[in-house]
Each structure stands twice: as C-alpha cells, then as structure tokens.
Design a protein around this ligand. Structure first.
Ligand SMILES: NC(=O)c1ccc[n+]([C@@H]2O[C@H](COP(=O)([O-])OP(=O)(O)OC[C@H]3O[C@@H](n4cnc5c(N)ncnc54)[C@H](OP(=O)(O)O)[C@@H]3O)[C@@H](O)[C@H]2O)c1
Length: 317
C-alpha cells in the first residue's frame, strides 16, 4: 500500500437536504477488509439514488450512515486487495457497483471482490463508469425477475434514462418485440437504440397502443404502474424498480408482480462488458462533469430527461 496516500478528497452528505449538504472533504483512504478491493476511482456515474439519498428519501441509507459518500458505481484501477482476494492485482482496469456501502464520489472506493469485473476494452473509463448500476438493474429486472425470453413482447417504461436505455438494448439483443415509453426528443433517442415501437407518453396513452405483453418493466411507478396491469397477458409479469405492485391486482389480472433492489454481480457485469465490446450494446453518456462539479452533475440527473447517463470525472487517466 506504499503508493496509496493516507488521505483523499471525497464528497460527503453531512445531513439530509438540498445540494448544499454535499461537501467535498479530506478524509482517510479506507483499507480493504479480507474480501475487499480498494479501487482508485477514474470516474463515477450519477444515479437517481444519489439525490434520493442526499434528500433522505432513500430508505436503505438512514441518519446513522452519515456522513455518507454517494456514487454507487465507478470505473478505475485496482489499488490494493484484501488478504483473501484472488484474481485481482494492482493496476488492473475494473468497473463495479458498490451496493449500499460508501460510494465513489471519491478518489478511492472499497468494493467486494466479487462485485468487480474487468473494464470493457472498447470503452474508456468515463463510459465504463456509466454501466454497472444501470445495466445490472436492467439485466436483473428483465432476465432474473422478469424471466424474459427471446421473442417475448415487452413494454419498457422510461426507456431513455440510465436503466431504460440498457433495458431496451438487452431486450432487442434477445429478439424481444420491444415497446417503450419516452417523451419529446427522447422518443427519437430511444428509436436510435433500435426500438421500433416508441410511445410518447405525453401525447398518447400507452394502453391504447400496446396489449398482451409478456412483461412490463416499470421504471416509473405510481399511475404508470397502475395503468400497466391492463396491457399484460394472463401469465405475464410486472416488474418494478420503484413501487411495490399490489398482489391483489396481480391475482386479479393473473400475472406475477414484484419490486426489487438491484445487487452487485461481477460475473454478470463481465458478460455485459462482452456485449459492449462486441458492439451489441451502446453506452450513452449524455454529459461529463469534473469532480469539483459533483453537485451540478447530481442536479442534472435530478432535473430528468437525460438521454442515457451522467458521469463525474474523478481522476485523469
Ligand atoms: N430498485 C433499484 O434497485 C433501482 C435501480 C436503478 C434505478 N432505480 C429507480 O428507477 C428509476 C429509473 O432510473 P434511471 O436511472 O433510469 O433514471 P433516469 O436516468 O433519471 O431516467 C428517468 C427517465 O424517466 C422518464 N420518465 C419520466 N416520467 C415518465 C413517465 N411517466 N413515463 C415514461 N418515462 C418517464 C424521463 O425521460 P423522458 O425524457 O423520456 O421523459 C426520465 O429521464 C429511478 O426512479 C431510480 O431511482 C431503482
């Protein structure tokens, strides 16, 4: 650990509230436990969970976790490994999703060894950082919880955002008939990802356009979820990242329904990296912000309607 400094710069939420509660501070560089890897962060991505955490609206991070560094996913290089870690060596280019621990709006981050994967070779560090949380959420929603199969008819809500832009591409890769919702100029963006049926949710009700779906992937919740029951075929599934669907309504419509929280998974992330390297999946970074402008990066995602992802550049590479 000789080349690793004692301290680093990190953004930390001191108390729940607005943008001003996020402060850039000098803090000790953490040391890896037995099963952990310390990563020197090159870039971190911004996800809605970051501003929900900052405002105190994310139920898994409570006051006793403060001060808390946001940033669930990152790219970087291995800096040091815990005693029981095999397969990772200092200097290797990696990317990963930290789960609920201290995050990557910092010069170094700790991650469980099995949450890491080799960075895609064709993507630079900024682009790679945009992948882990959003792409794993899309993969787990469609294939693990949604049991999506080739040829299924799928409706994906919020297709232009971080999770949605991966979900529509994964579903297209598996030859699904993909229907997607988006608004305004996001409609053309989603079409450019290969989706034939894009519904402008501000101009048209999706339930007037699509029916008999095998799977609704709900990234919006609320009224959008309520109106989604009627577009499912009996035996289909409604899977949400947000609102817990009613099991009473699921039984009435004869479908399976659930909400899930995405989890780190290095092996799946490696598979997604291969899809990126093969050219089957494009990673869209809408905007990059320097480390000092982390608050602005968060504000950009909070305003919504970003095409793809927003990334914070933490270090030169
Ligand atoms: N449970 C989990 O583990 C988990 C994991 C990841 C994300 N999430 C949650 O899932 C949601 C999506 O995440 P994300 O990263 O993709 O967010 P994002 O990048 O901010 O994208 C959200 C997009 O939703 C679209 N949208 C807004 N209202 C809509 C509506 N009524 N119908 C259809 N689309 C609508 C907007 O695009 P337009 O420009 O098209 O309007 C917006 O840009 C967030 O709430 C996030 O917190 C949960």
């Amino acid at each position: 650990m000789s080349s690793i400094p004692e301290t680093m710069r990190a953004w930390r939420i001191q108390r729940f509230g607005g943008p001003e509660t996020l402060q850039c501070e000098t803090v000790p560089v953490p040391r890896p436990a037995n099963d952990e890897v310390l990563v020197r962060v090159c870039a971190a991505s911004v996800n809605p969970v970051d501003f929900k955490t900052r405002s105190g609206k994310y139920p898994l991070i409570r006051e006793d976790a403060l001060p808390f560094t946001p940033g669930r996913d990152f790219s970087g290089t291995v800096a040091a490994t815990g005693g029981a870690v095999e397969g990772w060596k200092p200097g290797q280019p990696v990317y990963g999703f930290v789960g609920q621990g201290q995050g990557a709006y910092a010069q170094y981050v700790l991650v469980k060894a099995d949450a890491l994967a080799q960075k895609p070779q064709t993507a630079d560090y900024d682009v790679s950082a945009a992948v882990p949380l959003a792409a794993l959420t899309a993969y787990q929603g469609l294939f693990e919880h949604g049991s999506m199969e080739g040829g299924d008819r799928v409706l994906i809500h919020a297709a232009s955002g971080g999770v949605g832009h991966f979900a529509v591409q994964f579903a297209c890769l598996r030859s699904a008939a993909v229907y997607a919702t988006a608004s305004g100029d996001s409609v053309e963006f989603v079409r450019s990802l290969g989706v034939d049926h894009v519904i402008d949710y501000r101009a048209q009700r999706f339930e007037d356009v699509v029916s008999d779906t095998d799977l609704v992937f709900d990234l919006v919740g609320g009224d959008t979820q309520q109106r989604s029951w009627q577009v499912l075929r009996r035996g289909g599934a409604l899977i949400s990242t947000l609102t817990e669907p009613s099991q009473t309504l699921a039984a009435r419509y004869g479908v399976r329904a659930g909400r899930y929280t995405a989890h780190p998974d290095g092996a799946t992330l490696a598979q997604i990296g291969e899809w990126i390297d093969d050219g089957g999946v494009r990673v869209i970074v809408a905007q990059q912000f320097p480390f000092e402008a982390a608050r602005d990066a968060l504000a950009c995602i909070e305003r919504g309607h970003v095409h793809g992802k927003v990334v914070i550049q933490v270090a030169d590479y």
